[in-house]
Design a protein around this ligand. Structure first.
Ligand code: NZQ
Ligand code: ZN
Length: 385
């Protein structure tokens, strides 16, 4: 196992009716900015529950944070923050809203010249407004991690800081019943790929991390499809297991002390930045290709994945790996996601732009050994055609 330091201070309130907990979590003297997206929270009752919980607070609102939040939209929040002396952010929505709140929180107290440098130049910051979250879409893990991704003119860039990790997060699985099938599928696959990227590397004998990861993968494989089937899609137990899996997949626990490979995400961000493809749908296209191109480097873990997650124990090594990759693709298809660039109408002529963007963003040494060069990313994208 590798050395690690681990702390996750986000307090989780899980279950039906927990939105009420906001009233006690946010200090009564705070000046709160409720931030949300395009309005789904108004049609599913989450907005009203939040407003009820804030009855004794002084609060304002900022809406319109779009999926894959943009720099321009997020910067607009600074006006109300200054005018109303906001000192607490409450993000209510999916990963885009929570990520957006993180960038707003960092920008509000930023002392550098240009807030975009936080993303483009990896500039650190020393202060951020406190954040609480009500999660409505299980997928990203953003509700209990310090990561965020922001887009500006096709450049979709991540940043991370413990200062923007939400202090608390409310996870009520019943609020996910209003999600479309597309967003359910996206969320399950995003959480699945987060788990894989902290698992499918090389063996460091991290038994606890491996078995946690295998448990999350199996839970998502079992419960994910149920959330799309007419007989089981409204089952809150199914939604609860998906929601908790997604949080656990990216709250720092399974990745502590093991190598990680975020190649699929970094190539995926370019696909979203350049072509607007939903985040998870980029992952379902890129991950199978990464598995195929990196099968030698990942051989031992691919065999473990085949055996422990899919119970494939017959046949020679290569056949078992092929079967495991095939079952992964079949699972993504079952969740109604694309697995090839051609499924989203992209072809060989689109690869050069993606490669140019990867270079521009410094994504030239990806993978658990930092040995995925631009040429190998090219091979991965070609494999994904
Ligand atoms: O904007 P509203 O109206 O709320 O609608 C949203 C949005 O259109 C809708 N939605 C959310 N909850 C709903 C709902 N509709 C009905 N009922 C509900 N309960 O779903 C749509 C998509 O929402 P979005 O927040 O964009 O989805 P997701 O949670 O998948 O977030 C994706 C973003 O998170 C980033 C992605 O790159 C992308 O920008 N990620 C953040 C990570 C992190 N912070 O750790 C890690 C991830 O790998 C990912 O990169
Ligand atoms: Zn993701």
């Amino acid at each position: 196992m590798l050395n690690f330091s681990f702390q996750n201070p986000t307090k989780i309130h899980f279950g039906a009716g927990q939105i009420k907990a906001i009233s006690k979590e946010i200090p009564l003297n705070a000046r709160v900015l409720l931030v949300y997206g395009g309005g789904s929270i108004k049609s599913n009752g989450v907005y009203q529950q939040t407003v009820d919980a804030l009855a004794k607070h002084t609060w304002f609102e900022f809406s319109g944070i779009e999926p894959n939040p943009t720099y321009d939209t997020l910067m607009q929040a600074q006006g109300v923050i200054k005018a109303e002396k906001i000192d607490y952010l409450l993000a209510v929505g999916g990963g885009s809203v929570v990520d957006g709140a993180k960038f707003i929180a960092a920008t509000a107290l930023f002392e550098g010249d240009d807030p975009w440098d936080i993303l483009a130049k990896n500039q650190s910051f020393t202060k951020a407004l406190p954040i609480g979250a009500v999660l409505t879409l299980p997928a990203t893990g953003s509700e209990s991690n310090g990561n965020a991704v922001v887009t500006r003119e096709g450049n979709k860039l991540p940043f991370a800081s413990p200062l923007v990790r939400p202090l608390f997060a409310v996870l009520d699985p019943s609020v996910t019943l209003s999600l479309s099938d597309r967003q359910i599928g996206n969320g399950v696959v995003d959480a699945f790929v987060h788990t894989i990227e902290q698992y499918l590397t090389y063996n460091v004998n991290g038994k606890v991390q491996d078995r946690f990861s295998e448990g999350l993968l199996q839970t998502l494989i079992e419960e994910g499809p149920k959330a799309l089937l007419p007989d089981t899609k409204d089952n809150v137990e199914v939604r609860a297991n998906i929601m908790w899996s997604a949080t656990m997949a990216l709250n720092g626990l399974i990745g502590a002390g093991v190598p990680q490979d975020w190649t699929t995400h970094m190539i995926g961000h370019e696909l979203t930045g350049a072509f607007g493809i939903d985040h998870a749908r980029t992952l379902s296209i890129v991950l199978p290709a990464v598995m195929k191109v990196r099968r030698e480097q990942k051989r031992e873990k691919l065999l473990q994945y085949a055996s422990r997650v899919w119970y494939i124990n017959e046949g020679d090594d290569n056949a078992r790996i092929d079967q495991a990759i095939g079952l992964t693709e079949a699972f993504f298809k079952k969740m109604q996601l694309p697995t090839r660039l051609s499924d989203v109408d992209l072809g060989i002529n689109d690869i050069e732009l993606l490669i140019a963007r990867l270079k521009q963003h410094g994504m030239t040494a990806l993978g658990e050994q930092s040995d995925i060069t631009i040429d190998i990313s090219h091979e991965i994208l070609t494999q994904a055609l």
